[in-house]
Design a protein around this ligand. Structure first.
Ligand code: GDP
Length: 478
């Protein structure tokens, strides 16, 4: 097997089957053009309808983007604090919030929502989005200008903010014939949202939201599965994604191109440690238990899972001499974790003992940051580089509950083995299970039937939206 996948005789598909637009300056975003020589071609092709909707979106974004005439006009509404109704372009503003994995998922969700509602997506850079991603849309920027009138209020937006959609509903201040429509709505789609905020996912409420020029979204969740349960979006989603479990796979590859700085981290690491292997195994270890790791019950779980599922070879603990290597396979294992202990243990195990198959196993971990430090630029760049490197694996093991792992699996088009969340600090049995689909899980979906106006199990409404493997109350598209 060749290391440079583009050398396999197949022509390089730089634009991913038409998913990406041509005409970017290559030097400004090397990953956009070089990633196809690091990845195997995806067996999942974007639909021609998705491609045409993306091209239309790009021209909308160019026409309405920052500093355009329609943008300036829409700002007038915001300054007068009422929707005059003359605005030609409408917007979704995404607020940077939560860990990087969460942010990548909420950006994808907000983009799909913008696409479905013919709005333009602009992102608030905050402090922690700098130099992570390239601009995704040609000849236009997706960055919200720094002088955006209400940007200084973003941090204080919450459920009791005057323009919060749920709050307005609670106080009967919206859909009221005598009340003018506000120029903007704050949509609180964070995991702690209440029943009023959740009405965002009802068609009836969408009809009022539709008229408001500016929507400001704060979320830490992949909310796409609930969009699938809304009759008004159903047909369009079906046309965009005939192969349903590929939503994030396509949107992620369309939107998230590592910046040149991050691409350097990815390419150097890949070429130095992973490129020559016959097989690449990614293991993402994320623990949510208190105290300092490595936890022995998680270590045991990783070994039990990888050996039971034959992802890594067993070792002969009594053997000291390896079988003659010569032709034997080389497996490169990329471990990502905040803690160094798991990789160190694996490394030692494969150094001290020969494998029963004769395979050689190399263990690599790019960083061990100790704890989450979302406010530090280099910390975020490393996190992004590691999610991306994991996505270049042939097989992937991820941790339950982690959006970091979801990003890797989706970009890579991989159905991971998910390490079951340990209870009471003991190794679960079975240690892991295979994911049903490569889609991320929506951790905090509503359980509400908008028509009947009562609670229901939203994981049992349609066959393609089900409860997640790792979070029993979550929803995912399969
Ligand atoms: P989640 O909390 O697992 O859902 O993932 P998020 O990405 O939203 O938040 C976790 C954050 O912790 C990451 O963005 C990183 O800042 C940090 N982090 C967690 N695991 C790792 C890791 O394996 N490598 C690195 N570099 N950072 C990590």
């Amino acid at each position: 097997q060749n290391t440079s996948l583009s050398d396999s005789g197949q022509p390089r598909d730089e634009l991913l089957g038409g998913l990406l637009a041509s005409g970017f300056d290559e030097g400004s975003c090397l990953s956009r053009y070089q990633s196809s020589s690091y990845r195997r071609p995806s067996p999942h092709k974007p639909s021609s309808y998705l491609i045409s909707r993306l091209r239309n979106y790009e021209s909308l974004h160019k026409r309405c983007g920052p500093h355009s005439e329609p943008y300036k006009k829409a700002l007038e509404d915001l300054k007068s604090d009422r929707a005059v109704g003359s605005t030609e372009c409408k917007y979704v503003v995404w607020i940077s919030f939560s860990g990087l994995g969460n942010r990548i998922l909420t950006l994808s969700s907000s983009f799909l929502y913008a696409l479905l509602t013919n709005r333009v997506l602009l992102i608030d850079q905050g402090k922690d989005m700098v130099d992570l991603f390239c601009e995704p849309f040609p000849e236009a920027s997706w960055l919200l200008p720094k002088d955006f009138p209400i940007a200084n209020q973003f941090n204080s937006f919450g459920q009791s903010s005057p323009n919060c959609h749920g709050n307005l509903l609670k106080n009967n201040m919206i859909y009221h014939p005598e009340k003018p429509l506000p120029a903007y709505l704050y949509l609180h789609l964070v995991h702690d949202y209440n029943d009023h905020d959740k009405l965002f996912f009802c068609d009836e409420d969408q009809r009022a939201i539709e008229k408001v020029p500016w929507l400001i979204i704060k979320s830490d969740n992949y909310f796409i599965p609930s969009l699938f349960l809304m009759p008004s979006f159903e047909r369009e989603l079906f046309n965009l994604f005939p192969e349903k479990e590929t939503i994030f796979h396509h949107l992620g590859r369309y939107l998230f191109h590592p910046s040149n700085h991050v691409w350097g981290l990815i390419a150097r690491y890949f070429n130095s440690y992973l490129a020559r292997a016959d097989e690449r195994v990614g293991i993402q270890v994320r623990t949510f238990d208190s105290g300092d790791g490595p936890f022995p019950y998680v270590m045991d779980q990783i070994i039990a899972c990888t050996q039971k599922e034959k992802l890594l070879p067993e070792v002969n603990v009594r053997g000291t001499v390896s079988a003659p290597s010569g032709s034997s396979k080389l497996k490169a294992v990329l471990v990502t974790s905040l803690n160094l202990g798991y990789a160190e243990n694996l490394k030692s195990m494969y150094w001290m003992h020969p494998t029963v198959t004769g395979e050689m196993v190399g263990i690599y971990q790019p960083s061990h940051e100790g704890h989450q430090q979302t406010e530090k630029p280099l910390h975020n760049r490393k996190a992004w580089a590691e999610m991306y490197l994991l996505s270049l694996s042939d097989v992937l093991v991820t941790s339950s509950w982690s959006t970091f792992g979801y990003v890797a699996q989706g970009l890579g088009g991989l159905k991971p083995w998910i390490l079951v969340k340990p209870e009471n600090r003991t190794t679960p049995n079975p240690p892991c299970g295979r994911a049903m689909s490569m889609e991320p899980c929506f951790h905090a979906p509503p359980f509400y039937d908008c028509k009947a106006k009562r609670g229901i199990d939203t994981g049992a409404v349609v066959p393609h939206v089900r409860h997640c493997e790792d979070i029993s109350w979550g929803l995912k598209v399969v």
